[in-house]
Design a protein around this ligand. Structure first.
Ligand SMILES: *Cc1c(COP(=O)(O)O)cnc(C)c1O
Length: 294
């Protein structure tokens, strides 16, 4: 596992900042076409736990284009576990590519109302034999898995580790695994998600870490999964400039935020910045064909 980790590419992003502050990106999107990015790390220990507890199947939640759903379906199949996916949203008579793919890995899909909470669903379908995984893999085993990202040897040299945050599970893992002098920065992709700070703190409760971390709001481009034409233009530009593919929900907003912060001289000149490309490229399938050159 160690060698596999150290083979994950770190791509420099030259000329990102006028001041010459070096910026690179850890390409977790390259580890697997489907269970890509942070989902692979976050799911790993849940699946081990499910196997140990002899619980089959696993069940989890997500939207119709969820990276977590398709990753869970695939990872469960690989682990020899059955899976169930509870999908928020109107029932689709014809499944989109994401859900069709999840189904092709054997996931049983069930549509639930947009407002039905995971807690209500778990209660409703309460069944001892099912291993529930919260949306996005939120929870301690997800944090533990994400902290393995920081076992990659070359991440030690960076002063700042910056990631996009949804539930904050990955970020909590990065904080836990980071070196004391590093700072971890989270770019929230949800609008006004100010509770993220206490959510990450509660994920870290009972652990010891000495890394500073903070959150930056205001780079959500209108809200979760919102992707105005301006954002798509930035994504095309990142591809043309660096051959860097990004997704509309998380990583494009991360890269944009860091570019903007560099311009606003947010970082000291001796910074050495590492972005986490957390994957999620499959979510771009929600765009009309031909919207992106990659
Ligand atoms: C799920 C996801 C995230 C968010 O991770 P959290 O641990 O929920 O904060 C970030 N990036 C990508 C590409 C994702 O799929």
């Amino acid at each position: 596992m160690h060698d596999f980790l150290n083979d994950i590419p770190i791509q420099p992003l030259p000329h990102f900042s006028l001041k010459g502050i070096p910026v690179s990106i850890l390409r977790l999107d390259t580890i697997h076409p489907i269970v890509s990015g942070n989902k692979w790390f976050k799911l790993k220990y849940y699946l081990q736990d499910a196997i140990q507890k002899k619980k089959k199947p696993i069940a989890t939640f997500g939207g119709p284009y969820s990276n977590h759903i398709v990753a869970s379906a695939f990872a469960a199949k690989q682990a020899g576990l059955q899976s169930e996916g509870y999908i928020n949203g109107k029932e689709l008579l014809v499944l989109n590519e994401t859900l069709a793919q999840a189904q092709s890995y054997g996931m049983k899909l069930q549509f639930i109302g947009r407002s039905e909470s995971p807690a209500a669903i778990i209660e409703k379908y309460n069944n001892d034999k099912v291993y529930w995984i919260l949306p996005g893999g939120y929870g301690n085993l997800g944090v533990k898995g994400a902290s393995d990202i920081m076992k990659i040897e070359s991440v030690a040299r960076y002063t700042h580790i910056i990631c996009a945050t949804g539930t904050g599970t990955m970020m909590a893992g990065l904080i836990l695994g980071a070196y004391p002098k590093q700072q971890v920065l989270g770019i929230s992709v949800l609008k006004n998600h100010f509770s993220i700070e206490s959510e990450v703190n509660s994920l870290l409760k009972g652990t010891s870490f000495s890394t500073q971390f903070h959150f930056i709001h205001g780079y959500h481009f209108g809200g979760y999964a919102k992707h105005p034409p301006e954002l798509i233009q930035h994504m095309i530009h990142y591809w043309q400039q660096w051959l860097l593919p990004t997704d509309i929900v998380y990583t494009s907003k991360l890269v944009y935020a860091v570019g903007d912060l560099l311009q606003k001289e947010h970082f000291s000149l001796d910074s050495n910045i590492l972005l986490i490309h957390s994957g999620g490229l499959q979510g771009n399938r929600s765009l009309p064909d031909g919207s992106l050159p990659f």
